[in-house]
Every structure is written in structure tokens, then in C-alpha cells.
Ligand binder design. Structure first.
Ligand SMILES: [Zn+2]
Ligand SMILES: [Zn+2]
Ligand SMILES: [Zn+2]
Length: 286
């Protein structure tokens, strides 16, 4: 049987390499000889030396022959610290959330931030540990920060597109698609022109950014800026942009109703209590 060796070439910057001087094997094939403990110590020492340049370390997919494994299948000569640090590094296209330590694809950051905002608003369990986000503030839908970013809308080929010069996590998304919550695009948080703000500049193509409000911030904006508007009018507007329960399910903040029912019934059977599934504050969208 002829065995063919698959050769892989990996470019490693010279500043990540160190010279070693181990003994050679006594019989053929002549090669460098390391004791297991020495190789393990080298992996740890080398990591301490190159950790400041972690981003320059080339990444390679693991395979049957790489990295080396012990007879029990566990990885050999791998620095545990390095492994953990590298696993936490952002992947291509990912950016770090300003509110937690997660790395998220830029085009998914709006959904991620929405998860934080709605978890705080409805008192639900935040998947990333919970972030203090008082409900009476207005947060940028792209990055989740407050008072940092101006977001406006621009008319282009009869559709409005969101625009921001200063939000680092701005990305262009289809407003029409964002109107409905789906599994792949859960958040409906989108910048809209406030129906009650004067919108005299609309015909010129650009919209006054002070009239642009993220839908999640609408309750706060209306309460602050439109005190004189009739209650019915405010209720109508809020109804139009309310956060429905499905959005919480798609954002992973709430279990689907069928599962809730099953669990509720199970609990009811177990302890004889009933579970109230009506969440009146959802209906109000605040
Ligand atoms: Zn986060
Ligand atoms: Zn922002
Ligand atoms: Zn307004």
C-alpha cells in the first residue's frame, strides 16, 4: 500500500518564531527529538512571548493530523491559554458589542442590540448576561449606545434608506424587510420619521435627522416631544409600531407560545397553579 502525505504550507511571520536546539534522533530518519514535557513547556513559553501579537498567528483548520493528539484523543502541545484567547477573537466581519463582550457580525448587530434593549424593557432574561438599559432612554439601534449617533433617512429610488455618518456599526438595510419580524431578521427596530414631527424637508430628498426616531424609541420620543397630542393619536401611532410577542420569540427572549403552554400546563399539573400568559404591557409596546 502506498501512503501519500498531504503537505500543507502555512506562512508564519518570522517574529512569531523562536530558535530551539534539541538533540537529534540517533537512528534514521534523523530528526529533531523533543520530550513530551519539553514540547508542552515550549508551547506555554512561546504563547507568553507572542500573545501580544495574537492576531498575527495564522489560523488553520484542525484535521486528523493537526494539531497532534495524545493517545486518548486530547490535543497535545497546545497552550490552553492561547486556545481560549484565540477562540474569543472576532471572526472576519465581526465587531464587538458596546453593551456586552460578544462579537457579532456587523449586519446582525442591530438584532443583537435589540435583544439587549427589549430584554431590559420587558424584564426578560438577556442571553448575554443582562445590560443596564433604563427604559426612559433613547438608544441607537445600530450600536446600542445613547446620545452618540445621528441616524437619518435618505430617499433613494422611492424608498427610504437609513444613513449615519457617525455610528461605527451603521450598515445599510432594507427598511421594508425590517417591518416584519422573522427568524432570520428578528428585529423590527428601524428609523422612521416621527408622524407628529413637522416633516417639511421630505421633498428635498434628505430628512431632518431630528424628526427621525428608532421605532423602539418611539414611546419615549412621543412622551417627551408631543405632550399636547391627543391620547388617541398617540395610542394609534404606538399600536402601529408595537413590539409583538413574536419578535421576542425570534430574538430568543421568549419561548414560542406552544412551548410556553406545554410547560405551563405541565407546571399546572405539577403544582396545581395556573399560568397567566397574557402580557398586557407588550400590547402597549413599552
Ligand atoms: Zn451585546
Ligand atoms: Zn450608533
Ligand atoms: Zn416627533
Amino acid at each position: 500500500m502506498k501512503l501519500s502525505k498531504k503537505v500543507s504550507l502555512v506562512d508564519v511571520p518570522a517574529f512569531l518564531t523562536r530558535t530551539v536546539n534539541p538533540p537529534l534522533t540517533e537512528s534514521s530518519p534523523i530528526t529533531l527529538e523533543f520530550e513530551t514535557a519539553v514540547l508542552e513547556a515550549l508551547a506555554e513559553c512561546l504563547w507568553l512571548d507572542v500573545m501580544k501579537d495574537v492576531k498575527a498567528i495564522p489560523m488553520w483548520l484542525s484535521s486528523v493530523g493537526f494539531p497532534y493528539r495524545r493517545h486518548n484523543g486530547s490535543l497535545a502541545f497546545v497552550s490552553t491559554d492561547a486556545d481560549q484567547v484565540i477562540k474569543r477573537l472576532p471572526k472576519e466581519g465581526e465587531v464587538e458589542c458596546f453593551l456586552c463582550d460578544a462579537f457579532v457580525q456587523l449586519s446582525k448587530m442591530r438584532d443583537h442590540v435589540s435583544m439587549h434593549v427589549l430584554a431590559a424593557r420587558f424584564g426578560l432574561r438577556d442571553k448575554n448576561g443582562g445590560v443596564p438599559m433604563p427604559a426612559n432612554r433613547q438608544y441607537c439601534g445600530f450600536c446600542g449606545r445613547e446620545g452618540t449617533c445621528v441616524v437619518t433617512l435618505k430617499a433613494s429610488r422611492n424608498v427610504l434608506i437609513p444613513v449615519s455618518q457617525d455610528c461605527p456599526y451603521y450598515y445599510k438595510f432594507a427598511m421594508k424587510v425590517a417591518e416584519k419580524t422573522t427568524k432570520s431578521g428578528p428585529s423590527t427596530n428601524r428609523p422612521i420619521t416621527c408622524p407628529l414631527c413637522t416633516d417639511s424637508t421630505r421633498c428635498s430628498g434628505n430628512i431632518d435627522s431630528s424628526h427621525v426616531v428608532w421605532t423602539y424609541n418611539l414611546p419615549k420620543h412621543l412622551a417627551e416631544k408631543h405632550l399636547k397630542a391627543s391620547e388617541d393619536h398617540i395610542t394609534d401611532i404606538l399600536k402601529q409600531y408595537e413590539v409583538i410577542e413574536n419578535e421576542l420569540v425570534n430574538l430568543g427572549l421568549q419561548k414560542p407560545k406552544s412551548k410556553q403552554c406545554a410547560e405551563g400546563e405541565k407546571r399546572q399539573r405539577e403544582d396545581g397553579s395556573s399560568t397567566d400568559l397574557s402580557h398586557s404591557k407588550w400590547a402597549k409596546g413599552q
